[in-house]
Design a protein. Structure first.
Length: 252
């Protein structure tokens, strides 16, 4: 597997840091675009493992940091769910102009919700895979409930997640309330694969059930038995990559 470091302009004209994982075979069978979880980065070990497993099966993967995170420019406080979706669309445009438009979109946690939304504006996409994704954005509201209360009083607040502190503004929550995930799921019109652990303590398995029942066919579900939300066990993340590659082969 070959890895190429890249930068491309995101939705807010900031340069976004990225990695493109290439398979040994040339050309790749398809290109995939990966959206990381909330406040994570493209270098999360699970994402690297999933990308490696896909590349080993002939699929190139572009993984990048959303605006204001990791190696990408910009201020996280000025971003929101909509800007993440727009970054994904910008990444797809970059792939189309410099390589090949992505036929597969993959998203982890909140990134899963983002790829469902972004797919509507990426015509080349034929398959969407979500990993531990929330079925609606109220999940994030509940996760940040104490922060939201402070923001409503002061307009801005700091939140510590995974040992890192982030600044969040009121516009972040206002944007979440405007998004309709049920509409996006029901009208996806792409093959959908839902991967979720029944013991996920961060985004419960009921979210997978809601996505599955809302989506139209073609749709599939794979249970990630005993896996944690962040797929910290290498065996879990490699399994996820292998399953996505096998499933996507029917559509690419």
């Amino acid at each position: 597997m070959k890895i190429k470091k890249l930068r491309f302009p995101g939705s807010q004209d900031y340069e976004l840091g990225a990695r493109l994982d290439f398979p040994d075979e040339d050309p790749p069978a398809a290109y995939a675009l990966f959206a990381h979880c909330f406040t994570c980065t493209k270098n999360l070990k699970a994402i690297s493992n999933i990308s490696r497993a896909l590349a080993e099966r002939g699929i190139a993967v572009l993984r990048f940091d959303f605006t204001g995170l990791g190696e990408s420019e910009g201020d996280f406080a000025d971003t929101n769910f909509s800007s993440n979706v727009e970054d994904l669309i910008a990444a797809a445009s970059f792939l189309e102009s410099d390589y090949q438009a992505p036929r597969i979109l993959i998203g982890h946690s909140l990134g899963g919700a983002a790829v469902i939304q972004a797919a509507h504006d990426i015509p080349a996409c034929v398959a969407v895979a979500t990993i531990a994704a929330p079925s609606n954005l109220e999940h994030l509201n509940r996760l940040l409930v104490s922060t939201k209360e402070k923001i409503e009083q002061e307009g801005i607040a700091e939140v510590t997640l995974g040992g890192r502190t982030f600044t969040i503004k009121k516009q972040f929550f206002d944007d979440l309330e405007e998004k309709n995930m049920r509409w996006a799921i029901a009208g996806l019109e792409r093959a959908l694969l839902i991967l979720h652990s029944p013991v996920d303590q961060t985004v419960g398995i009921d979210n997978a059930h809601q996505i599955f029942t809302t989506a139209r066919h073609s749709k599939s579900f794979i249970s990630l038995d005993r896996a944690g939300h962040l797929l910290m066990d290498e065996r879990d993340s490699l399994y996820v990559g292998a399953m996505i590659a096998t499933w996507a082969s029917r559509y690419i």
